[in-house]
Design a protein around this ligand. Sequence first.
Ligand SMILES: C[S@@+](CC[C@H](N)C(=O)[O-])C[C@H]1O[C@@H](n2cnc3c(N)ncnc32)[C@H](O)[C@@H]1O
Length: 248
Amino acid sequence: MPEVVQSARWVAAQRLRESERTDRLFSDPLAPALSGDEGMAALKLSEKYNPRHEETANYIAIRTRFFDDVAQADATAGTRQIVLPAAGMDARAYRISWLGTTLYEIDHPHVLAAKEEILQAQHRALECKRITIGADLTQDWIHGLLDSGFRSNEQSTWLIEGLFYYLDEPAVNRILKDSFSSCRARQRARNGPCEPILAHCSVDAAGSQGDGRTGDGLAVWHGRPCRALRCAWLGCCHERPWGRRREI
Ligand SMILES: C[S@@+](CC[C@H](N)C(=O)[O-])C[C@H]1O[C@@H](n2cnc3c(N)ncnc32)[C@H](O)[C@@H]1O
C-alpha cells in the first residue's frame, strides 16, 4: 500500500478509536470501512512504537471535532462551497448536516480511487454534493477545482487538515497562496492545535478583500495559542484519564 494511502487510513483508524469512546467528541460510522485492516494495522504499530500515541489520538480527535464544527457552522450560515485539500479518508461529507452544500475533495488520484471503492460498498446517503478532484497539491490543482464547478466569486470554506507536515515550507506557502487567490475572497485564518491545520476563507456579500492575500501574509503558524479552540466541548478533553492538558 503506498504510504500516502496508509497515512489517510491511519487517520481514519484514529477516528474509529475515538468513535468507540464513551466520551467521544464525534462519531464516524464510516471510519471502520475507510480505515480497513491496513489503517488498523498502522494504528497498532504507532500505538506500540510512539510513546506519545495517546496525545496524538487526542490531538486528532480535537482537530476533527474542531473542523467538523467549523464546517457545520459555515454550512448552516449559508456557505455552499467547502473545499478539502488532502481529504484522504475523511468522511466529513457524511458526518455533517449539509444544506445544499457542494464539498470538493482534493487528493492524490489513487487515494480518491481507493476511497471511492470503499464508499460505494457502504451505500450511505449523502446530503451534500460531493465532487472529487484527483491531483497532486504540489502541482497545478486549482484548474481542476475550477473545472469541477468551484465558483471563485462565491463564499467558500477551506479545511486543510493533516497535510502540511508532509510538505516543505515553499510548498505549504504555494498551496495557501493558490487557495486564497483562487477564491478572490476576504480571508482570515484560524490556527489548529499544533500546526497550520485550518485555513478558513470567506467572502462577504460585497466581495471585499481583507489582508492575508498570500500565504506569507496569513496568520498561520506552528504551535501558537489557539483562541478559536477555546470552546465548551474542549473542556471534556482535559478531563480524560489520559488527556493531559495540551498547550493549545
Ligand atoms: C494524514 S492524511 C490526512 C487526510 C485527511 N485530511 C484526514 O484528516 O483524515 C494526509 C493526506 O494528504 C494527502 N497528500 C499528501 N501530499 C499530497 C499531495 N502532494 N497532493 C495531494 N494530496 C496529498 C495524502 O494523500 C493523504 O490523504
